[in-house]
Design a protein around this ligand. Structure first.
Ligand SMILES: C[S@@+](CC[C@H](N)C(=O)[O-])C[C@H]1O[C@@H](n2cnc3c(N)ncnc32)[C@H](O)[C@@H]1O
Length: 172
C-alpha cells in the first residue's frame, strides 16, 4: 500500500480544509452526526473538535498521523470512543466493514491515487460512499485540493452540489 509521509501539521494558510469544515459544522448547528473523515492530519482537529456529540471515523495513510492519534487517545476514553482512526487507503476500504454516515468528507480525493493499484477507482469510491449515506446525508469536498482537477468532475457526475461554504462544496 502507499503511505503518506510525513504527517500533515496544522497549517490553515496552506490547507484550511479542516478549519472550514469545523466552522461549517458550527454554523449549521450539526450535532449527533456520524461522520467519515478522509485525512486526519497529525493534529486530528476534526476528531478533537467534534467528538463531544458526534461519532467520527477518521482515515489516514500516514503512520505519523496514526502515532499522533495513539498518543492523543491514550488518556482520553471519550475521545477514543467517539473518534476512531483507520490506517487505510480509501481506495482499499471494504464496504462490508463500513456503517452508514450522515456526513462523509472526501477532501483529498485523488491526492493519493494511482490507477495501476488494484483498489477502487475514484468514481467507485464516490459511488460507494454515496451508497453509505443516511437519508439527508452529504459528501463534502475541499474545493482547493491540489487534486480538484480530477476530483470535481467525478463528484459532479455522481452527486448534486447543494451548497458551497468557503472552501467546502457540499454534495448530496
Ligand atoms: C494535506 S493532508 C490534510 C490534513 C487535514 N485534512 C487538514 O486539512 O489539515 C492530506 C490528508 O489526506 C490523507 N489522504 C490522502 N489520500 C488518502 C487516501 N487515498 N486514503 C486515505 N487518506 C488519504 C493523508 O493521509 C492526510 O491525512
Amino acid at each position: 500500500m502507499r503511505t503518506y509521509f510525513p504527517g500533515w501539521g496544522w497549517d490553515t494558510s496552506i490547507c484550511p480544509a479542516d478549519q472550514h469544515f469545523l466552522e461549517w459544522m458550527v454554523e449549521h448547528n450539526h450535532f449527533d452526526k456520524t461522520i467519515f473523515h478522509m485525512g486526519t492530519g497529525k493534529h486530528h482537529m476534526v476528531g478533537q473538535g467534534l467528538y463531544k456529540g458526534n461519532s467520527i471515523i477518521g482515515a489516514t495513510l500516514s503512520p505519523e498521523e496514526v502515532a499522533a492519534y495513539i498518543e492523543l487517545v491514550t488518556d482520553n476514553n471519550l475521545l477514543f470512543h467517539n473518534y476512531q482512526v483507520l490506517f487505510t487507503d480509501i481506495h482499499f476500504l471494504n464496504p462490508l466493514f463500513l456503517p452508514t454516515f450522515d456526513i462523509v468528507t472526501l477532501f483529498h480525493l485523488a491526492e493519493i491515487y494511482n490507477p495501476v493499484d488494484d483498489g477502487m477507482t475514484l468514481e467507485e469510491v464516490v459511488r460507494m460512499f454515496k451508497s453509505k449515506l443516511n437519508p439527508g446525508g452529504v459528501i463534502v469536498h475541499y474545493n482547493k485540493s491540489s487534486s480538484r482537477g480530477p476530483a470535481i468532475p467525478i463528484l459532479e457526475r455522481v452527486l448534486n452540489k447543494v451548497e458551497t461554504y468557503k472552501t467546502m462544496d457540499v454534495y448530496a
